[in-house]
Design a protein around this ligand. Structure first.
Ligand SMILES: Cc1cc2nc3c(=O)[nH]c(=O)nc-3n(C[C@H](O)[C@H](O)[C@H](O)COP(=O)(O)O)c2cc1C
Length: 242
């Protein structure tokens, strides 16, 4: 069976079954190819990510700059988890808090990721801030936040989101969207006139970092990489070849 992939506005169509080595993936001549954003802070070969002692302070600086520069969702991060056997899966989640303790997101503990985290707490996240030409990778173990922390964040959520958290059996098969709407309506009726409590299976996880790596685009693919590794209570940093 052949599937067609439309790669450009000029409707150049290729068959996946054909030899893809013949296809030009360089985007040269692609009318939709956007020129490099010359506004973006590409570093030149002699500049580098500053030598700092505290990766959290550097993360704070980059995160604040991303908030100012990125058009949307600067706090979106890819979260990789894995089964007990080490089979990985990845998805986006939103970073909701961070401190020297770690990086916090919220989800459903009965979801696919929640099941994997219960079996294997090792995880990694990755931010890509396109407008800044930067990437940050963080690896470590996930620990659940306290009930008090989860309650405090839950209280800031819009009521509609709270009801959706009750109505959604995240990651499990859903027979129809109509059933999801029915479940939302049931939750609205159940909690009418009173605050929506936090479901037990909805909480946060904190990624306690072992490694934090900062990457910045440098001209000619000579990118700068600075990795911090936690040893005891201290952070040790070194640069990596791009
Ligand atoms: C930009 C973006 C942000 C998201 N943020 C979250 C989040 O904070 N928590 C969450 O549970 N799912 C979030 N999702 C949905 C997840 O990517 C994913 O579909 C869902 O959590 C189920 O994943 P799982 O089946 O691997 O557990 C987000 C999706 C996108 C595209």
């Amino acid at each position: 069976m052949s599937r067609a992939v439309n790669r450009s506005a000029s409707a150049k169509t290729v068959s996946i079954d054909k030899d893809l080595r013949q296809v030009d993936f360089s985007c040269a001549g692609n009318p939709r190819r956007r020129p490099l954003n010359m506004d973006a802070p590409v570093m030149d070969a002699l500049s580098q990510i500053p030598d700092v002692a505290d990766p959290l302070a550097l993360f704070r600086t980059w995160f604040d700059q991303a908030e100012a520069r990125e058009p949307d969702l600067h706090n979106a991060m890819s979260l990789a988890t894995a089964t007990a056997e080490g089979r990985p899966s990845v998805r986006l989640v939103l970073l909701k808090d961070f401190s020297s303790q770690g990086f916090v997101f919220y989800t459903n503990t009965e979801s696919r990721k929640g099941t994997e985290i219960a079996a294997n707490p090792a995880a990694a996240v990755c931010f890509h801030w396109k407008s800044l030409r930067r990437q940050v990778r963080i690896e470590g173990d996930l620990v659940p936040v306290t009930a008090a922390e989860a309650d405090a964040y839950w209280a800031t959520r819009p009521r509609e989101s709270q009801l959706a958290a009750w109505a959604s059996a995240q990651s499990r098969p859903m027979p129809s969207r109509a059933l999801l709407q029915t479940r939302v309506a049931e939750c609205e009726a159940r909690f009418a006139g009173k605050p929506v409590p936090r479901p037990d299976q909805w909480t946060g996880y904190c990624l306690v970092p072992r490694n934090i790596e900062f990457w910045h685009d440098v001209r000619n693919r000579l990118h700068d990489r600075l990795i911090f590794r936690r040893i005891g209570d201290d952070w040790h940093s070194e640069r990596l070849y791009p």
